[in-house]
Design a binder for this molecule. Structure first.
Ligand SMILES: Cc1cc2nc3c(=O)[nH]c(=O)nc-3n(C[C@H](O)[C@H](O)[C@H](O)COP(=O)(O)OP(=O)(O)OC[C@H]3O[C@@H](n4cnc5c(N)ncnc54)[C@H](O)[C@@H]3O)c2cc1C
Length: 481
């Protein structure tokens, strides 16, 4: 019996026969995440149901020297869950229990396969919710959110996932179980919680999380503001923040995206605008009208060609549905989209927008733009057809130039999607060797044998498109089972 066949039988005895996938057509489902430039099949997919099962799988993997890449819903946009070195894709989507909601201490304890939105649904009867709201929140899991330190439109005011995680039950690379953090704020040890959040599945496998819940605001006001140019829209964003207002969210959509959304949802958006800004204010009833007037005057000062406040929650939900459907709507233009995640200082928004358009023209790539404008997090979406390898090459080159631009403007590579395999070659734009050595020390302390999610975040000699015999589509090389 081959080593793999023996491993499969032992894995089946842990999680059950149905939850170990080995057939090519099953593995294909797990060949990438939502970043489809990097594709690599796992050798096996294993779907555990409990922390005990995760521990047993990790111990077995260690014994056989097989790598383990944790995976949630696979909505990641940096290839984080893609098994670039093969091994086991450990899919945590069967672990969906909301274990408890405590409205007094305002915390929820959840299994990591629970979706982001299911946490807020469970907390809603108590007037509470889980604040990080990635646009993928219907599908993406708490584990994936923690591993990527996910953001979302409302993270401008409320902070990224890291600000809402108190404790993590975590399986380490030797199969042991630790509880990092607590049920309250905890400052008594080395900040391992800080290290785990955003570590992209490279340090440990989280199985349960204690999450902070916050109360819904008393008053919410949501505005749509249309602008004649993207520059005037960008300037309005800068002016609003410079005036000391912290909106709950400030999201910008360019004309291409706006029209794709309108084609999809038919909600009466102004197709003539060059840019649409969604501004949401929230807080106590007292005072919100003052901020509303200030925002109106700043938007008008920047030549808005139309504004509209949502008149009730139904209209507000429609607006957010439109924003959150924007990447999907772009699929009407090209079947594939490469979503970048660069960050720039807010003051450089206008110049960045102009230069990104020039990069798109230079490489003859259609670029749509959706921005978390309030915190300078850009999501240029490069539209392409995956079967057109020449176009793929141009997309990769344009993507690289956009990231270089962000760094030149004083920004960085990622605001919320992480590095994964996608931006591994760009790490040297931001970090020197000493920086990366320090990060490798951290990785080696948690995972000395390199069992968890290999070939991610930190470049190594194998990072140039080939890893463990698998070749990444980004580099125009194909795969077979
Ligand atoms: C349409 C669309 C919109 C999006 N909008 C946003 C947005 O607004 N903001 C944002 O931040 N992101 C956004 N994303 C990206 C993505 O949804 C997030 O990164 C999300 O957090 C990934 O969750 P997931 O469950 O899909 O994780 P996966 O993609 O499965 O995995 C992501 C990473 O987490 C690791 N991981 C998963 N589970 C665990 C675990 N239990 N323990 C340890 N590591 C684990 C994986 O190894 C991988 O490195 C969007 C994606 C799409 C497709």
């Amino acid at each position: 019996m081959s080593l793999n066949a023996k491993l499969v039988i032992e894995l089946q005895s842990i999680v059950g026969k149905d939850y170990v996938l080995t057939e090519c057509e099953d593995l294909l489902v797990y060949e990438c995440d939502a970043e489809t430039l990097d594709i690599a099949l796992p050798d096996l997919v294993v779907l555990p149901k409990s922390t005990d099962e995760v521990q047993s799988v990790v111990k077995l993997a260690k014994q056989y020297g097989v790598t383990v890449t944790p995976r949630g819903a696979g909505t990641g946009l940096s290839g984080g869950a893609t098994t670039v070195s093969g091994g086991i894709s450990l899919v945590l989507t069967r672990m969906t229990e909301i274990i408890s909601v405590d409205p007094i201490d305002r915390i929820a304890v959840v299994e990591v396969g629970a979706t982001n939105l299911s946490v807020s649904h469970a907390a809603a009867p108590y007037g509470l919710y889980f604040a990080p709201d990635p646009s993928s929140q219907v599908a993406s899991t708490v584990g994936g959110n923690i591993a990527e330190n996910a953001g979302g439109p409302h993270c401008l005011k409320y902070g990224m996932t890291t600000a809402h995680v108190l404790g993590l039950k975590t399986v380490l690379a030797d199969g042991s179980l630790v509880f990092i953090g607590g049920r309250t704020r905890d400052n008594i040890s080395l900040d391992l919680l800080g290290a785990m959040v955003g570590s992209e599945g490279t340090l440990g496998i989280v199985t349960e999380a204690v999450l902070r819940l916050i109360p819904r605001a008393q008053a919410v006001e949501t505005m749509l503001a249309y602008f004649p140019t993207v520059e005037s829209c960008g300037q309005a964003v800068s002016d609003i923040v410079a005036d000391g207002i912290i909106p709950a969210a400030m999201e910008m959509i360019d004309s291409l995206t706006l029209n794709a959304v309108e084609d999809y949802l038919h909600m009466g958006l102004n197709r003539d605008a060059a840019a649409l800004l969604i501004i949401e204010l929230d807080g106590p009833d007292v005072g919100i009208s003052v901020h509303r007037s200030l925002v109106e005057s700043l938007v008008n000062k920047n030549r808005a060609i139309g504004t509209k406040w949502a008149k009730d929650d139904v209209e507000r939900l429609k607006i957010w549905k439109a924003r959150k459907a924007s990447f999907g709507a772009l699929g009407r233009i090209r079947p594939n989209g490469y979503v970048l995640d660069g960050v720039i200082p807010r003051s450089k928004l206008s110049v960045a927008i102009q230069k990104i358009a020039l990069i798109g023209e230079k490489h003859k790539i259609i670029v749509a733009n959706v921005y978390h404008a309030g915190d300078g997090n850009l999501h240029p979406c490069l539209l392409y057809h995956r079967d057109n390898l020449e176009e793929v090459e141009r997309v990769v080159r344009a993507g690289r130039e956009i990231l270089e631009l962000c760094v030149e403007l004083g920004g960085t590579l990622s605001g919320e999607h992480g590095i994964g395999v996608e931006k591994i070659l760009e790490m040297s734009l931001v970090f020197n060797e000493a920086d990366m050595t320090a990060m490798r020390w951290l990785k080696d302390s948690f995972d000395p044998e390199g069992l968890f999610n290999p070939s991610k975040i930190l470049p190594n000699p194998k990072s140039c498109g080939e890893s463990g015999g698998r070749k990444l589509v980004r580099h125009n090389l194909s795969l077979s089972c």
